[in-house]
Write a protein that binds this ligand. Structure first.
Ligand code: 4AZ
Length: 264
């Protein structure tokens, strides 16, 4: 997170305890995620290896190197509640070229909420489209880099608040003009803005897979987006791009609740 704030213990418990850290077997943090059920986490597909990539590792006899672990209920990425992921469900339409359909669901055998400080939140549904209006205040968090020059990854969670950007405008910023086939994908939502000190703020490398949520806690917090991509970080002309959660309701319901048809 660029130009955000470090989340203190109290704020973590009240406002951010759905956030998790994705790590490898050595404890290296590489992505974020959001708890959406006692056994499920939503993250970005680009955080995970494809089946073919896993096979390559298998050939090399390095199976353990792609096992995924999650640290939950802690603002410290070296927290004590660390679980091994049992199942990885990447979106079947994930497109690595466009970073489109950049969502995945992780299943954990243990109850993530039992005896931890963690909680789960719900993802936005198609009927929540009113939450996606340009200008809406949103927040994002993670252990990603806090400084693009030093590429520093903080020990404690950072968070920031900024605003949703008009969809068409974001598409134009990224060169998805009227001649681009299909236009700027509806599966993406963008955010941009400055912090209280007037500094440009954004998610960045290492925040991927983490949450973009509503700021108002009135009706319970809702996951609006999954941190996905951008050109640079905190560049005024290049908003942060997130996978639009409401577009993946069928996939999430299928992967998390076992409800509805396989969306493939
Ligand atoms: C990344 O590379 C990344 N500014 C994540 C988020 C953003 C840019 C890059 C958004 O993981």
């Amino acid at each position: 997170i660029i130009n955000g704030v470090e989340v203190d213990e109290e704020t973590f418990k009240s406002d951010y305890n759905y956030q998790v850290s994705l790590q490898d077997v050595s404890g290296f943090h590489y992505c974020g995620g959001t708890i959406v059920s006692p056994h499920h986490i939503i993250t970005a597909s680009h955080c995970l290896l494809s089946e073919e990539e896993q096979d390559d590792y298998e050939v090399l006899g390095e199976h353990a190197d792609y096992d995924v672990y999650v640290v939950v209920g802690s603002r410290d990425r070296e927290g004590e509640n660390k679980f091994k992921v049992q199942e990885i469900i990447r979106h079947p339409c994930y497109d690595a070229f466009l970073t489109n359909y950049d969502v995945a669901v992780l299943r954990v055998e243990e109850d993530l909420l039992d005896g931890t400080e963690a909680r789960s939140i719900t993802w936005a549904k198609p009927e929540d489209s009113h939450m996606y209006q340009a200008g809406t205040s949103v927040k994002t968090s993670g252990w990603g880099t806090t400084n693009v020059e030093t590429n520093e990854s903080p020990t404690f969670l950072h968070a920031t608040t900024y605003n949703l950007v008009d969809h068409e405008e974001c598409g134009l910023d990224y060169g998805f003009g009227p001649n681009f086939p299909g236009g700027f994908p509806v599966t993406m939502v963008c955010a941009s803005g400055v912090n209280a000190d007037g500094e440009q703020t954004d998610s960045c490398v290492g925040d991927s897979g983490g949450p973009l949520t509503t700021v108002s806690n009135l009706q319970g917090e809702t996951l609006l987006g999954v941190t996905s991509w951008g050109i640079g970080c905190a560049e005024p002309d290049y908003p942060g791009v997130y996978a639009r959660a409401s577009q993946f309701d069928d996939f999430f319901s299928w992967a998390v609740d076992g409800a509805g048809p396989n969306p493939t």
